[in-house]
Write a protein that binds this ligand. Structure first.
Ligand SMILES: [Fe+2]
Length: 166
């Protein structure tokens, strides 16, 4: 089963997207929100959704933010995440759930599947030191063990990026 993998993206492409997000950083602490940018492609893939993921200082260590993304039936569940601010010390964890998830919504109205940590067993984790591709349908969460906000970029695609996980 594919869970996640680090990937190489040309540094110019990374910096262009990072700059677009930095130019549009919202003045809020929402965990998940859509940010509209001008870049339309990366690695030859048409970008469908561009998301900013924010974690407050010293947050997530209780693993009470485990979820899988609701996704869309006509889109691959594969996402590419790109570091934005203070990501290298943050950890993304992956879990296997023993109970069905509960559908919840972000403040913006995006549905997601919440799973209580007591019904989960950890199966993998990564340090967010560089871009990675992962399956958003596998329960996951972020831990930020630092005194600063951690901000990351998450991209979803119109084209299936499955060739990148082989
Ligand atoms: Fe997610």
């Amino acid at each position: 089963m594919f869970i996640w993998k680090y990937i190489d993206i040309p540094q110019d492409d990374i910096e262009k997207i990072q700059q677009e997000f930095l130019d549009r950083l919202p003045n809020n602490g929402l965990f998940f929100q859509n940010i509209k940018i001008n870049t339309t492609h990366i690695l030859g893939l048409r970008i469908a959704v561009t998301v900013l993921i924010q974690m407050p200082p010293m947050s997530g260590s209780d693993n009470y933010n485990i979820h899988s993304d609701y996704g869309s039936p006509d889109r691959s569940p594969l996402a590419i995440n790109i570091p934005l601010q203070n990501c290298a010390e943050s950890i993304t964890k992956f879990w296997k759930a023993s109970k069905p998830a509960e559908i919840r919504q972000t403040p913006e109205g995006t549905p997601y599947r919440y799973i209580n940590v007591k019904d989960c067993e950890q199966i993998s984790e990564l340090k967010f030191i560089k871009p990675f591709i992962f399956d958003t349908s596998i329960p996951h969460n972020v831990v930020n063990p630092q005194n600063v906000w951690r901000r990351g970029i998450s991209l979803r695609f119109l084209d299936n990026p499955s060739h990148l996980i082989k």
